[in-house]
Design a protein around this ligand. Structure first.
Ligand SMILES: Nc1ncnc2c1ncn2[C@@H]1O[C@H](COP(=O)(O)OP(=O)(O)OP(=O)(O)O)[C@@H](O)[C@H]1O
Ligand SMILES: [Mg+2]
Length: 371
């Protein structure tokens, strides 16, 4: 349809707007045939041409609508009028088609836009629902872990008292059983504490206690803790510290980071393997040049397949999660380590080669020049 907007009378179609090149057209026709031409709108207003063409003698119609009146004068007035009318017809036809295409295009765009908007709305709703669920899950975990700890502390407390003979003498068998109960309960408590840590981390409550500490000292004491386990499996832990390694941070959390890396290095290294631990100044990221204090833990263990490297810091992810898995754990160690390191403004990354070993690097930021 011809667009009729912009006109005072909605039924009127403005020829001048539809065919802006009326003057050029008249000039071309009169150059060919001589004489004069004029175009009037249906109300008698001259749109183009000269009055010399005389009064209009022919109506110009399109689609049964009278769009204009034409006037022509001169030696070949009739031929000029005929050509002019035909050319006008053609131009109106084209203008019409152009407008139709534009309108269709616009309508299609509007439809697509409406669909996209609707789609976006649905996605936004889904995302906020997921966020809500995630928050509920974290709150649930935090509450549950807390509720689980309370009775467990009683189990541990009473078992300890019985082992110590406070409730009367116990036989060797009873002592063995009680020690097993104690070990398992302590293990369970550790697990619950970890889950609680992850939950509080997800609900965004990670508070740091900042003190000046020597990273080398923290690492040395953790290495000592793992030494027994390593020696029993013929694994040597080589520990090297290059110089003073003071950083500011949360001692308990940093100790947990170190412990997590050492535990993995020993756990995923076959008997008689090697673990290297180094504390040294370096950079905050593998490629940058911001100064940092680095802890590097490398092992000659099983390594991590390339496709899995990005996932190992995700909660509960374990490369081999089959029930016949040879290694224990919950898949939370690295999640916590990464969160704790990043809470300190630090970075953690890994280089690994399946079958040959892995090197985890943790970097804690240092003030420039403080090394
Ligand atoms: N040094 C390593 N060598 C090979 N694989 C590793 C190493 N460290 C981590 N991984 C892989 O990454 C996974 C995740 O490690 P993470 O420490 O988070 O969990 P976990 O050791 O399985 O359990 P948790 O630490 O909670 O006891 C591990 O299960 C293992 O598949
Ligand atoms: Mg671990």
């Amino acid at each position: 349809m011809i667009d009729v907007t912009g006109s005072a009378d909605p039924d009127r179609i403005e020829l001048g707007r539809l065919v802006p090149e009326l003057d050029e057209l008249i000039e071309a026709v009169t150059r060919a045939f001589g004489g004069t031409l004029a175009v009037y709108d249906p109300r008698g207003q001259r749109l183009a041409g000269t009055e010399a063409a005389g009064p209009p003698t022919r109506a110009f119609e399109h689609d049964g609508l009278r769009l204009a009146d034409l006037a022509s004068d001169g030696p070949r007035a009739a031929e000029a009028m005929e050509l002019f009318a035909n050319a006008l017809s053609l131009l109106v036809h084209h203008a019409n088609a152009r407008e139709l295409a534009a309108t269709t295009h616009e309508a299609a765009m509007r439809l697509t836009f409406a669909e996209l908007t609707e789609h976006n709305l649905r996605l936004t709703r889904a995302v906020s629902r997921l966020e809500e669920l995630d928050r509920l899950k974290s709150n649930f975990l935090a509450t549950m872990s807390h509720e689980l700890r309370t009775p467990l502390t009683s189990v541990i407390g009473y078992a300890e008292m019985m082992v110590e003979g406070i409730a009367g003498p116990v036989t060797q068998d009873q002592r063995d059983y009680l020690n097993t109960i104690l070990n398992k309960a302590v293990q369970l408590l550790g697990l619950i504490t970890t889950v609680l840590d992850v939950a509080s981390l997800e609900s965004g409550q990670l508070a740091l206690e900042r003190t000046q500490l020597s990273l080398a000292d923290v690492v040395a004491s953790e290495v000592a803790t793992f030494q027994g386990q390593a020696v029993r499996r013929g694994i040597s832990i080589e520990f090297a510290v290059s110089e003073s390694s003071h950083i500011v941070g949360d001692r308990r959390k940093i100790r947990q980071v170190v412990s997590s890396l050492l535990s993995n290095a020993v756990k995923f290294t076959p008997d008689r393997g090697k673990v290297g631990v180094t504390v040294k100044p370096g950079t905050l990221s593998p490629t940058g040049d911001d100064p940092a204090m680095q802890l590097v833990v490398s092992d000659s263990g099983i390594g991590i397949p390339v496709a899995e490297v990005a996932k190992i810091f995700e909660p509960f992810f374990q490369v081999d999660s089959s029930s016949t898995r040879a290694f224990g754990g919950t898949g939370l160690g690295l999640t916590l380590a990464k969160a704790y390191v990043e809470a300190h403004g630090g970075r953690i990354w890994v280089d690994t080669q399946p079958g040959h070993g892995s090197t985890f690097t943790v970097a804690f930021p240092m003030e420039r020049g403080s090394a």
